[in-house]
Design a binder for this molecule. Sequence first.
Ligand code: ADP
Ligand code: MG
Length: 137
Amino acid sequence: MNNKKELTLSIIKPDAIERNLSEKIKSIFLKNKLSILETKKLHISKDEASEFYKIHQSKPFYDQLCNYLSSGPIEVLILEGENAVLKNRELMGATDPKNAKEGTIRKLYGISIDKNSVHGSDSVENAKIEINFFFKK
Ligand code: ADP
Ligand code: MG
């Protein structure tokens, strides 16, 4: 059998880095059969955040979102596994931690809809774009 592996991008956002949750979040990925292929800690500029989140540029929360992602250190991860995109989205939980299911990262650690601890690519196509954004050599 040929199991199809996917790659996806995860970001551990400033609120989670600030609370030293990186190892706890990574252990959730590993326990759920997502391997961490690469990881990098960085602090992006507002311009870089605006480029990364440009699909949201028409949204009322765009400016706030870009300010937030550039407000402190983040950690970006390339995750690999079967159905990695969907699996990561399931492990993350709903965008608003109030609506996230028990046991999900956002339910466990999210503070609010903006400080929701993690980002995850929403499709295989966007995962490629997002991985390239952070890890292009
Ligand atoms: P997700 O991160 O679950 O894929 P979206 O792609 O819809 O969610 O939004 C990107 C990020 O923008 C969210 O993670 C969240 O931090 C922020 N966001 C989404 N909706 C709102 C909102 N109504 N108010 C403030 N921030 C928001
Ligand atoms: Mg999204």
